[in-house]
Design a protein around this ligand. Structure first.
Ligand code: GLN
Ligand code: ZN
Length: 755
């Protein structure tokens, strides 16, 4: 009935690969194209060279099965939307590249699509919009083109597509769609298009296609699981199709595993690093005997060498029960830098312990060789436990719990003491911390780290920038000032560079979104503070003004979330150690006379477990770590926090427990929905809903900002409301920032007069 693929799945593969380029070639090409310095042919050429480089390198490393369609000019979810033509009319342009960039970056009056985090990673994808009337249509040019490109190099590849169920679960309902419409309702229509894409790939002679379904590692309703079964029974029943690998990653497939195993798909990809529990579950499934298991035993989210013995034990256990076992990575290697060998500045002994994308591929190849060398009739070991950190005792410095309740006086007591000390007007106006990072500043930092600029001269430049930022804020009339963070390349890397236990890389760039990359630090040892980190800069800023200057720190959860962390101790303990360091910094700021300290935790939600079962435990230790970091502050010291999101149901629970005196959140982009969110009315502490969207170059008008403030005043007492932008100003220009802040101050004054 069904065409079964004739060629077995090759012995080793990876689910995906970095695409920004070993020297961020894609970033440069994209930015040149956007600035009109490079034509579309040049952009296409740059992409083709990167794809070619990746395939040739993977083949050279000995990888048996090469993925394709893992390259993207901007984002793979956006590519998936374009592949099924889920492109709202306002974004359509003559060139597909321009259509893609219009959706990603906006233009000609159309706001870009919403951007949000890809599961629990720090990668951002664009949220496609699907409505009841979206006309799906197969546009398989990109995956087909990549197959042909690779073939021209003499290589066969396995196109990787975002799976139809995950695609629809990630989409948002098109604005204006009927209340209650869910994109998943369109599954049938979408499957018809996937069938055509699979047909087009089969016509190219493709033997295997990978369908990524990471949404299946989160809790899924019975209806959604039924949709998974339906989708893969239908695609599996397609005549003359390629072999299908369905990959779930970032956790356990759990209940979705038997559902997938009950469909005709030939191969299932398991994340055996984060979803170790799937190993025993898979081994117990009778259907497995007829399937290929693509066993993700090499971690795609960490930078450590694989414990080969443990991985091999898992592979052997699977091989005894599955039709076939393929060695693979736990997920795409998108989240890793390219090559550890490019790093020459790492502390002694660390490099040998590290594996970036290239090294992970080499491990996959090596493990496949070792697996093949074990005779199939050798005695089979029991099913090993593969869960990360399994069996590691939680003891020693920073050990989790019991977390302090708070240790601070009740909020009302603190609020009164702080009001008496700070004497701020109603609706105090402030910012989130960073001011624009100018080209001169970046150049000075680069010259300083290259040894071309002396420390004294560099510090003088930073002080000059602090003066400029303080003067600007005084002139504009802000009430609580910041120093502007000019000394920080990045809010996490800066602290990593100043704490023991962290290493930073030179070329370890990882795509965050589009052309934006980050260099996550590597947390490899016990974290300790060498000495004060921010005190000098904050004290200098405070010396320039009579208004209060906020000290600005990054919280322990965020530092851990945006770093590669150790896996030989439990995460709560790692975060606990960072919390101790932050606590010491808070104490030093306080001792230096700083009256307000902001400890940012924008990643608090990002690390939230994908399944509900782990969330209470996570929040307990994450919030506990935050309190550990901040609860040493006396009642006269005002603790602020900033979170980059505003979904209030999640906020209220967590924010309340953080016990900060003032919390600023995103709101501007959610069109002022915040005041209406359940739980915000009656929120018992200071709240600064962002009234200005810093993610867009647009300058908001006075009336608009005033309207936003008044909406908040309808649900919160005036003494708890703050006025601020919705995030740091680092990515904006001074011109935009001056105009927007001036309007924000004018709006606050206007509303004050009406009080
Ligand atoms: N204080 C940081 C800044 O202003 C906060 C950034 C963030 O929320 N991501 O840049
Ligand atoms: Zn933010």
């Amino acid at each position: 009935m069904t065409a079964v693929p004739t060629s077995p799945f090759p012995a080793s593969t990876v689910l995906g690969y970095p695409r920004i380029g070993p020297r961020r070639e894609l970033k440069r090409a994209l930015e040149a194209y956007w600035q009109g310095r490079l034509g579309v042919e040049g952009l296409r050429e740059a992409g083709a060279r990167l794809r070619e480089g990746t395939w040739l390198r993977l083949a050279e490393l000995g990888l048996a099965a090469l993925p394709s369609n893992t390259f993207s000019l901007y984002d793979h979810v956006l590519d998936a939307a374009m592949m099924v033509d889920a492109v709202p009319g306002r974004y359509r342009r003559p060139l597909p590249e321009d259509t893609c960039f219009a959706m990603a970056r906006g233009g000609e009056g159309a706001a870009p699509l919403r951007m949000t985090k890809w599961f629990d990673t720090n990668y951002h994808y664009l949220v496609p919009q699907v409505g009841p009337g979206t006309r799906f249509r197969a546009v398989p040019g990109k995956p087909v083109g990549e197959v042909r490109e690779a073939r021209a190099l003499g290589l066969s590849t396995r196109p990787v597509l975002l799976g139809p169920v995950t695609f629809l679960l990630l989409c948002q309902a098109e604005p204006g769609a009927a209340e209650g419409f869910r994109p998943l309702e369109r599954l049938d229509d979408l499957l018809a298009v996937y069938e055509q894409v699979l047909g087009a790939l089969a016509a190219e002679g493709v033997a295997w296609v990978q369908l990524d379904e990471p949404a299946l590692v989160a809790d899924r309703s019975p209806g959604e699981l039924a949709a998974v079964g339906e989708a893969y029974r239908r695609l599996g029943g397609l005549r003359g199709r390629p072999g299908l690998l369905v990959a779930g990653y970032f956790g356990e497939l759990g209940a979705a595993l038997p559902v997938l195993a009950g469909t005709p798909v030939e191969a299932i990809g398991l994340d055996l690093v984060r979803g170790g529990g799937d190993l025993a579950a898979a081994c117990a499934l009778p259907e497995l005997a007829g399937k290929t298991v693509v066993a993700g035993v090499v971690g795609g989210r960490d930078v450590w060498r694989t414990d080969q013995e443990r991985a091999l034990a898992g592979l052997l256990a699977l091989r005894a029960r599955a039709g076939r076992v393929v060695v693979s990575t736990s997920c795409s290697l998108l989240h890793l830098p390219y090559d550890v060998d490019a790093e020459d500045g790492l502390p002694a002994g660390l490099r040998e312990r590290l594996a970036f994308a290239e090294q992970k591929v080499a491990e996959v190849v090596e493990l496949a060789g070792r697996l093949a060398a074990v005779p199939v009739d050798a005695p089979v070991p029991g099913v090993p436990v593969l869960a990360a950190g399994a069996g590691v005792p939680d003891a020693g410095r920073g050990a989790a719990g019991p977390w302090p309740a708070s240790g601070r006086a009740p909020y009302e007591v603190r609020a009164a003491a702080q009001a008496a000390r700070l004497r701020l007007p109603a609706l105090p106006v402030t910012t989130i911390g960073s001011f624009p990072q100018t080209g001169e500043l970046r150049a000075a930092r680069a010259a300083f780290s290259a040894g071309e600029l002396g420390a004294g001269e560099y510090e003088e430049r930073v002080r000059g920038e602090i003066r400029r930022v303080v003067e600007l804020q005084e002139r504009l009339g802000l009430d609580v000032l910041v120093h502007g963070e000019p000394e920080r390349n990045d809010m996490v890397q800066y602290f990593a560079e100043h704490l023991e236990g962290f290493a930073v890389t030179r070329h370890g760039w990882v795509q965050s979104y589009g052309s934006r990359c980050v260099r996550p630090p590597i947390l490899y040892g016990e974290v300790r503070r060498r000495g004060p980190v921010t005190v000098g800069w904050t004290r200098y800023a405070q010396s320039l003004t009579d208004r209060p200057v906020k000290g600005m720190l990054t919280g322990p959860v965020t530092i851990a979330a945006w770093s590669f962390v150790r896996d030989d101790v439990p995460l709560p303990r790692v975060v606990g150690q960072i919390a101790e360091a932050v606590r010491e910094e808070v104490a030093d700021l306080e001792a230096a006379g700083v009256a307000i300290v902001q400890v940012d935790e924008p990643a608090l939600r990002e690390l939230m477990p994908l399944r509900a079962a782990g969330r209470a435990e996570y929040l307990a230790w994450a919030v506990g770590a935050y309190r550990r970091a901040t609860s040493g502050a006396g009642e006269r010291t005002q603790i602020h926090t900033h979170l980059c999101y505003s979904e209030a149901s999640e906020i209220v629970e967590a924010i309340d427990a953080l016990d900060a005196d003032v919390t600023s959140v995103e709101s501007a982009r959610s069109q002022g929905r915040l005041p209406a969110e359940p739980g915000v009315a009656g929120f018992g502490r200071g709240l600064g809903p962002g009234v200005y969207d810093i993610h867009s170059p647009r300058v908001p008008g006075v009336a608009e900002v005033a309207g936003g403030i008044e909406a908040v005043l309808r649900v919160l007492p005036v003494e708890r409301v703050w006025v601020n932008p919705d995030c740091g100003l680092k990515t904006r220009t001074y011109e935009q920032v001056e105009a927007a802040l001036a309007n924000m101050v004018a709006a606050a004054r206007l509303v004050r007069e009406r009080l």
